[in-house]
Design a protein around this ligand. Structure first.
Ligand SMILES: [Cu+2]
Length: 105
């Protein structure tokens, strides 16, 4: 008499149970790139940088008037991209696009 027991399906069932526990939590820090219309010189970039840097939750800002972009690194638990967009538009510029990605670390 021979009895063959295959345990492999049990191992896969356990893996399927554990996998969801490692699911993504929201990122601590994100970076949003804003497409900004209306910047004409370095002074425009500096104004946008100075304004966004004052916002609570913002970590770092850079801007390039030639490319027409501003980049803000910030904590999404404190501030969101729409609020930063509003700050840029209060200065008289127009935000025509936004793209947000998670920042590691
Ligand atoms: Cu300017």
């Amino acid at each position: 008499m021979r009895i063959v027991v295959r345990n492999l399906p049990v191992v896969f069932a356990l893996l399927a149970l554990v996998a969801p526990l490692a699911a993504d939590s929201p990122p601590d820090t994100v970076c949003t790139t804003f497409q900004v219309e209306g910047m004409h010189c370095g002074g425009c970039s500096s104004t946008i940088i100075a304004t966004l840097e004052k916002v609570d939750g913002v970590v770092e800002v850079s801007s390039d008037h030639e490319k027409g972009v501003a980049e803000a690194v910030y904590r999404p638990r404190k501030v969101d991209a729409d609020e930063l967009k509003a700050e840029i538009e209060k200065l008289g510029y127009t935000v025509t696009g936004m793209e947000t990605e998670a920042v590691d670390g």
